[in-house]
Design a protein around this ligand. Sequence first.
Ligand SMILES: Cc1cc2nc3c(=O)[nH]c(=O)nc-3n(C[C@H](O)[C@H](O)[C@H](O)COP(=O)(O)O)c2cc1C
Length: 141
Amino acid sequence: MLVRLLYASFPVGSSTAGLVESILASCRTNNPSLGITGVLCYSEPSFMQVLEGGRAAVNTLYGQILRDQRHQDVTLLHYEEITERWFGGWTMGHVNLERINPSVLLKYCELPELRPTAMSGATAMALLNDLFASASIVGRT
Ligand SMILES: Cc1cc2nc3c(=O)[nH]c(=O)nc-3n(C[C@H](O)[C@H](O)[C@H](O)COP(=O)(O)O)c2cc1C
C-alpha cells in the first residue's frame, strides 16, 4: 500500500547549503531500508519535499521531519494513495534550480519563482512531474 506525501517548509537559520547536504546524507543513510523515495527541492526561502513509500513508513518519517528543529512552518500540501511511484529511482532526488527553465515555473506559478505555499497541492505535484519529465531532478544516492 503506497502513498505520496508533499509538504513545504522554511529552513531555520542562514546556512542552508550545509543543511541541505546534511538532510541528503540522512536520506542516503535511512531511506533505502525504509523503502522511501522522493525529491527534495530547496529554493530560497523554502523547502518542498515529496515522500513516496509504504503508508506506515511515510507517515512515521513525516512525523520525524515535523519535529526537526532545523525547519519551521511545515505545511502539508498533498497526500494520496498511489498505485505506482513517480520517483522510484531516487533515494532522494535533489532539484537543481539552476537547471529549471523559468518557463516551466511560469506555467504553474504567478512569478518565475518557486513558492510552494502559494500553490495548490495539485499544482505543486504537476510542477514536480514537469521537472521530472524535463530532467531537472538530479539523483543523489
Ligand atoms: C526538509 C527536511 C527533509 C528531511 N527528509 C528526510 C528524509 O527524507 N529521510 C530522513 O531519514 N531524514 C530526513 N530529514 C531528517 C529527519 O528530520 C531526521 O533528522 C533524521 O531522519 C534523523 O536520522 P539521522 O540521525 O540518521 O540523520 C529531513 C529533514 C528536513 C529538515
